[in-house]
Design a protein around this ligand. Sequence first.
Ligand code: FAD
Ligand code: SF4
Length: 333
Amino acid sequence: MHAFAYTQPADIDAAVRAGAASPTAQQGASVRFLAGGTTLVDLMKLDVETPATVVDINRLGLDAIDDDDEGGLKIGALVRNSDLARDPRVLRDHAVLSQALLSGASGQLRNMATTAGNLLQRTRCMYFRDVAHPCNKRTPGSGCPAIQGANRMLAVLGTSEHCVATNPSDMNIALAALEATVHIHGTNGARSVAIADFFLPPGDTPHVEHVLAPGDLVTHVRLPAPVPGARSHYLKLRDRASYEFALMSAAVVVAMDGDRIGHVRVAMGGLGTVPWRMREAEALLAGQAPSPALFARAGDAALADARPLSHNGFKPELAGRCLAAALAEVTRP
Ligand SMILES: Cc1cc2nc3c(=O)[nH]c(=O)nc-3n(C[C@H](O)[C@H](O)[C@H](O)COP(=O)(O)OP(=O)(O)OC[C@H]3O[C@@H](n4cnc5c(N)ncnc54)[C@H](O)[C@@H]3O)c2cc1C
Ligand code: SF4
């Protein structure tokens, strides 16, 4: 592990100032915020992340879950994954989020991991995590061995010739289906970004993963008020029953309008380079009576642009089945 400076600011402005200290603080960078540390410290031990300064944000508070005036929930950046998953309001109104969180990692990790840290966890592509290999995301311009190599777990949507890595977070898939908003405090003050616009596809700059600028601190994530009568579900498919990242997952939120589908939001994990909202599927499902044939058509529409790699050609078909099973769960009488 490389030597680094450590600082523990007492307020948000000081944290932002410390985070902005390096002009390259976004990716591959010399300043990093430390939350639970379950991603960052791992990557520092592997020499994948080599920050010159670590800004520990654990004294900032930001650890409450509050109701807001519009019926939504304001989730502090430092709320631990375990606490969020067990919050009675989340369990009652946003079951998909609780299920997604509880499907991830292990009990000990969830006790440390935070909302913002989970949001910003890095890819699990094995080449990214092993500095013996080139990787465009870690070292821009060095190449992408995954395209011809071990890509079974990697993406089929939103890929580029420079990177095919998936966003590994279960929580992010639920947040996409719930249409969460990310709230940020930066050197120019506060702003918010819809989760659909927060992550950036790799294109020819796979090292730039999100819209955060140097010093930008995520302060909280907001969930909008629940849609009346909505049911939600997170279905995760993986190679072993626990302590494993998603091979594929589906987060669905559906409110019926009589015997037809009214409000419907669908996002899937393990398929896209960013948490993947399935708008084509939503358009096909809305206003229709649920049926296996309809769900299959929705899956086909959602995966129409899929570009499988050498070892993940099974993903489009499995995705259709995963989506159909999740939709059946929330639409059955
Ligand atoms: C063995 C193992 C298994 C796992 N399995 C799963 C799984 O199945 N599913 C899953 O979804 N995840 C899984 N994870 C990942 C885990 O969920 C993440 O490591 C965790 O959520 C990260 O949260 P953290 O608070 O520890 O983040 P940290 O490691 O502290 O930070 C992660 C990143 O976020 C940045 N950051 C943190 N807070 C802020 C902030 N407020 N503003 C701006 N930047 C910030 C940090 O600088 C860093 O770049 C697993 C991890 C391990 C080690
Ligand atoms: S898929 Fe992305 S993260 Fe993996 S080796 Fe290629 S560039 Fe690196």
